[in-house]
Design a binder for this molecule. Structure first.
Ligand code: ZN
Length: 133
């Protein structure tokens, strides 16, 4: 893993949260994108080399809807940038980590992504992401 790529924050109302984070960070989102497969709308904010992703559910079956219902708004995941997501999944499985996705899928921001199960990572949802080549 090369660096933390972004922090994901689950929100109820992305319009309101976009305004809040624009005021907080002094600049608006550089990208907003719907990810159909995850049932979310996302916004990305840049802060130097770091990024924050806001996620709002678009349907009640979305993992974000379930998270907000259970735990409220807040930090949802930490995403790590990886060079080769396929190799990293194999390496982590070899270390005994449980993957939610054994094969990467399309994520926001032109990335291939896969999540680890938070049961095996101290309750923290970890996302691997690799820039699509
Ligand atoms: Zn993410």
């Amino acid at each position: 893993m090369r660096k933390i790529e972004h922090l994901g924050i689950a929100v109820k109302d992305i319009e309101a949260s976009n305004k809040l984070f624009t005021a907080l960070m002094g600049a608006g989102p550089y990208k907003s994108e719907a990810v159909e497969s995850e049932g979310v709308i996302t916004s990305f904010f840049a802060n130097g080399p770091n990024k924050i992703e806001l996620l709002q559910a678009t349907n009640p079956d979305s993992p974000i809807a379930k998270f907000v219902e259970k735990r409220g708004e807040g930090i949802h995941h930490i995403a790590f940038d990886v060079e080769d997501i396929y190799a990293e999944i194999e390496r982590l499985k070899g270390e005994g980590f449980q993957m939610i996705h054994d094969t990467p899928k399309d994520g926001a921001d032109n990335k291939l992504i896969a999540f680890l199960h938070p049961k095996g990572t101290n309750g923290v949802l970890i996302e691997l992401c690799q820039e699509k080549k």
